[in-house]
Design a protein around this ligand. Structure first.
Ligand SMILES: O=C(O)C(=O)C[C@H](O)C(=O)CO
Ligand SMILES: [Zn+2]
Length: 280
C-alpha cells in the first residue's frame, strides 16, 4: 500500500483574488483521492483539516500517520469522520469492526488505535472519503447512517436548489471536538447548492462532490462574496473553502456532496448569508 500526502498553506483573501486558474486549482482543488490500494491526503493549514480518500482493492489499507502530524499514530491527537462512497466495506478500529454501506459514515474519536480500511468485494471496492481535525479529548466512536441524521429540506425546484441536507456527524447526533460533517443530496432538476451563499469566519469547510454523472461537471464558486472565483470540478473531487470564502456550486445535473468543517465552534447555523443579488 502507499500513503501520499500534500501540505497546503493557508491563503489570504487579498492574495487569492489575484490567483489565475492554475494557482486556484493548485491551492484549493483536491483531484486524486481514490487510487487503487492508496491512501491520499491533503493536510490543509486552514484549521489543520486533513482531507483524504482510501480505496482498498487488493489489500487492506492502514490509516498511517503522516509526517506533518509528528505522531506515530494518526488518531493520537485527532478525530476523523469517514464516509463510504463506494461498494460495501469494513473499517477495523483496534479490536472493533464496523461495516459501512454506501453513504454510511463512521466517527472515530481521538485515541491510540490503528485503523484499517477494507472492501468486502474487490470488484466493487469501497471508497472512503474522510476529514480529520485536531482533538483535545477522545469522544466515543460511532457509526452514523442517514436514519440518525438531522435532516433539513431546503430550496425549491423553481429556483433549481431543492436539496436534502443530512447533518450526520454534528453535535445534535454525537459529541465531537471540532468536526462537523454531512451529506447534501440535490433533487433531480436542481443544480445549485448553498444558494443563497454564506461564509462562516469561525470555521473553514471542505466539499467533496460525487454522484456527478459521467460527462457532467460542477462549477464550484469560492472567494469573498464581493470577489468570487470559480473552479470547474468533476465527481470524486474535493475543494477547500477558507473561512473567508463562500462555498457554493452549480452543476450540469443534480449530484450529492459531503461537507466537513472545523474551527472555532460547532454551531452549524453560525453562517453569514449574502444576498444573491449582492454577489460579485
Ligand atoms: O446545500 C447546502 O446549503 C449545504 O449543504 C450547506 C453546507 O452544509 C454548509 O455550507 C454548511 O456550512
Ligand atoms: Zn458552509
Amino acid at each position: 500500500m502507499k500513503t501520499n500526502y500534500q501540505l497546503r498553506y493557508a491563503a489570504h483573501p487579498s492574495d487569492a483574488k489575484s490567483y489565475d486558474t492554475e494557482r486556484l486549482r493548485k491551492e484549493f482543488l483536491i483531484e486524486n483521492l481514490f487510487k487503487a490500494d492508496e491512501v491520499n491526503m491533503v493536510y490543509s493549514m486552514h484549521d489543520r483539516l486533513v482531507v483524504g480518500g482510501a480505496m482498498p482493492v487488493k489489500e487492506n489499507l492502514q490509516l498511517e500517520s503522516i509526517d506533518p502530524l509528528k505522531q506515530p499514530i494518526f488518531l493520537r491527537n485527532r478525530e476523523i469522520g469517514i464516509f463510504n462512497v463506494g461498494g460495501k466495506g469494513k473499517i477495523k478500529v483496534g479490536d472493533t469492526s464496523y461495516e459501512l454501506d454506501y453513504k454510511e459514515a463512521l466517527y472515530l474519536g481521538a485515541g491510540d488505535r490503528e485503523v484499517y480500511f477494507e472492501s468486502i468485494d474487490p470488484s466493487t471496492p469501497a471508497k472512503y472519503y474522510f476529514n480529520s481535525a485536531t482533538a483535545h479529548r477522545n469522544w466515543p466512536d460511532k457509526k452514523v447512517t442517514r436514519a440518525d441524521a438531522e435532516v433539513a429540506e431546503l430550496g425549491s425546484l423553481e429556483t433549481a436548489n431543492h436539496r436534502i441536507i443530512n447533518k450526520m456527524i454534528v453535535n445534535q447526533v454525537l459529541p465531537t471536538c471540532q468536526l462537523q460533517m454531512g451529506m447534501t443530496e440535490l433533487a433531480p432538476g436542481s443544480v445549485w447548492n448553498t444558494m443563497p451563499a454564506h461564509t462562516h469566519s469561525r470555521r473553514m469547510e471542505a466539499y467533496f462532490y460525487f454522484e456527478v454523472p459521467e460527462g457532467q461537471a460542477v462549477c464550484h464558486f469560492m472567494g469573498e462574496p464581493q470577489e468570487t472565483r470559480h473552479i470547474w470540478m468533476k465527481g470524486d473531487q474535493a475543494v477547500i473553502s477558507p473561512e473567508w470564502s463562500i462555498h457554493s456550486g452549480a452543476a450540469t445535473s443534480n449530484y450529492t456532496f459531503i461537507w466537513g468543517m472545523a474551527g472555532e465552534n460547532l454551531d452549524y447555523g453560525d453562517q453569514d448569508f449574502s444576498k444573491i443579488t449582492d454577489l460579485k
